[in-house]
Design a protein around this ligand. Structure first.
Ligand code: AMP
Length: 291
């Protein structure tokens, strides 16, 4: 499995990446972590990067692209990886496309963690407090001032990647405002639906979902996810539609699930599925007749 995790600082990319690493036995490639290690070791890259990082700026593209290129060549990346914090700009994404092409690596999906910006400061404050409680070292760039700058940089330079990957049919969006466990489950669900995870892992994820009181069969759940992705017109739409067909959904339903839906406002309640409203109106119609 080869993924990119996209989201602003404090969106939970690191946490979710670690969970994916444990579940699927792949490696997390975090440019932020690698740069922090380089700063700690005072390597030439670290020395160059430290002031930029401390002020919340972006380290030059050639440095991060070079780091990622070397890291992708390590044997442990062969089983799969999650890119966390890279790419952060469109030129970095273009450089990554080139790299992957050269190395004959195919990207499965880009998972965007969509969060409500007003919650981010609080989340980072919690991260700092937890780190202090553990006696760990607090990140030098986890201050309200620097976070404001990192957020502005995310909006201006990284957010365009949502469009970039959506156009390339790679983007899958997850509501990052849910509890950590729910976000993980949702990521598992969409990865299973697009076939990015192996059958065994997908089955495990499906079982976890079923025990989480959906009461639906794995195939039905996969179909539901598949149609969600297809309706979003996201990357996995082709694969998702195939999953939907495999799950035995009738053609009429498949067609319906491909209809575009209005985009979800982060933090808002999920829009009601058209089928639900229809069912309810049918029910009340029956009641009316009965009564
Ligand atoms: P992160 O841990 O991803 O929040 O990154 C911490 C800091 O490392 C960022 O604020 C940047 O200064 C630098 N950094 C990490 N990844 C990149 C990247 N892909 N491009 C440029 N700078 C980066």
């Amino acid at each position: 499995m080869r993924l990119i995790l996209l989201g602003p600082p404090g969106s939970g990319k690191g946490t979710q990446a670690q969970r994916l690493v444990q579940r699927y036995g792949i490696v997390q490639l975090s440019t932020g972590e690698m740069l922090r290690a380089a700063v700690a070791a005072q390597t030439p890259v670290g020395i160059k990067a430290q002031h930029i990082m401390a002020s919340g700026g972006l380290v030059p593209d050639e440095i991060v692209v070079g780091i990622i290129s070397d890291r992708l060549d390590q044997p442990d990346a062969a089983r799969g990886f999650i890119l966390d914090g890279f790419p952060r700009t469109v030129p970095q994404a273009e450089a990554l496309d080139e790299l992957l092409k050269k190395k004959h690596i195919k990207l499965d999906a880009v998972v965007e963690l969509r969060v409500n910006e007003s919650a981010l400061l609080q989340r980072v404050e919690t991260r700092v407090a937890e780190m202090q409680a553990r006696g760990g070292e607090v990140r030098i760039d986890d201050t309200p001032e620097v976070l404001t700058k990192r957020l502005a940089s995310y909006r201006a330079l990284t957010e365009p990647l949502i469009h970039y990957y959506s156009e390339r049919r790679k983007l899958l969006t997850v509501d990052g405002m849910m509890a950590i466990e729910h976000v993980t489950r949702e990521i598992d669900r969409i990865l299973a639906a697009i076939g990015a995870v192996e059958a065994k892992a997908a089955k495990k994820a499906g079982e976890a979902r079923r025990t989480a009181k959906t009461g639906k069969s794995g195939a039905k759940t996969a179909a539901r996810t598949a149609s969600k992705s297809a309706a979003k017109g996201t990357g996995a739409s082709g694969k998702a539609a195939r999953a939907s067909r495999k799950a035995g959904k009738p053609a009429s339903k498949r067609a319906k699930s491909r209809l575009a839906r209005p985009p979800r406002v982060p933090g808002s309640a999920p829009p009601e599925r058209p089928g639900k409203a229809l069912k309810r109106s049918r029910k009340s119609e029956l009641k009316r007749r009965d009564g």
